[in-house]
Design a protein around this ligand. Structure first.
Ligand code: ATP
Length: 250
């Protein structure tokens, strides 16, 4: 049977001095899947994403991306893998002194140094179409609303056609309607571009739209794993408490 795993995490342990943040985590993410990562503040959700893209070294265990063990790669090989991964981090800001067009051109030129201006123009136009913001092409970030900035940030992360997208709190700070729009955009892009995604979120509106499966980090472990409705309807006192208090509900 074909191996559908794009990310394989085996017995991952990450410590900061004597503080164990991730303790022996094992997790597979399959091609085309949208995994949501929950957990209270400080439980290692962002650390997990940073380990996956090789931005943070870990103490033991393995992370394989497309069957390649990232801790055994040279910087050059790791950069090749990273070209295939897009990330939208918490508070990821657009470059304020650049127009929307220049913001989108930036990652393209960096990742594909030999790309022609014509290809760049087509890609920028098509990607803006995907996020329904063609008219913003010559605007400066200061002229955009919070929701529009998120859309452009999303466009910038997907313009290089990554196979895997990592989102860290993609809807933080947005009102419920914009949260819904951004979450629907995430799922539509994922379907159109056949991407796999891992999203850290506290936001149930977002999770309900995008999640195929969810995990819950607690006490440095994956404490719960399953379909989102299994977690939200669980009779487990901790989960009941989390989902009734921690998350903004519509
Ligand atoms: N570079 C670092 N050096 C030392 N400690 C760190 C570092 N990065 C993260 N930590 C610690 O690791 C723990 C997990 O941090 P992380 O940012 O992954 O939490 P989180 O679950 O994403 O939280 P939140 O929901 O608040 O964003 C925290 O205690 C944090 O202080």
């Amino acid at each position: 049977m074909a191996d559908t795993r794009i990310v394989e995490i085996k017995n991952l342990t990450k410590r900061f001095e004597s503080h164990t943040i991730l303790d022996n985590i094992t997790l597979d993410v399959h091609r085309g899947e949208n995994l949501v990562v929950f957990g209270r503040s400080g439980q290692g959700k962002s650390v997990l994403l940073k380990c996956i893209i090789g931005l943070m070294p870990f103490d033991s265990g393995k992370i394989l991306i497309n069957n390649k063990d990232i801790s055994k790669l040279t910087i050059k090989e790791l950069n090749e893998i990273r070209k295939n991964i897009g990330f939208l981090f918490q508070g990821a800001a657009l470059y304020d002194s650049m127009t929307v067009r220049e913001n989108l051109e930036f990652p393209l030129k960096k990742i594909f140094p030999n790309i022609s201006q014509r290809e760049i123009d087509d890609k920028v136009k098509n990607t803006l179409e995907l996020v329904s913001l063609e008219e913003a092409i010559d605007k400066m970030p200061s002229e955009l609303s919070g929701g529009m900035k998120k859309r452009i940030g999303l466009a910038r992360s997907i313009i290089t056609d990554p196979e895997l997208m990592l989102y860290d709190e993609p809807t933080t700070g947005l009102d419920p309607i914009t949260t819904k729009e951004i979450s629907e955009l995430i799922i539509n892009l994922q379907k159109k571009l056949n991407m796999t995604s891992i999203a850290v979120t506290h936001d149930l509106i977002c999770a309900e739209i995008i999640a195929d499966r969810a995990i819950f980090l607690k006490d440095s472990k994956i404490a719960y794993e399953g379909k989102l409705d299994e977690l939200t309807s669980s009779s487990d006192p901790f989960l009941r408490n989390f989902f009734s208090h921690e998350i903004v509900k519509e």
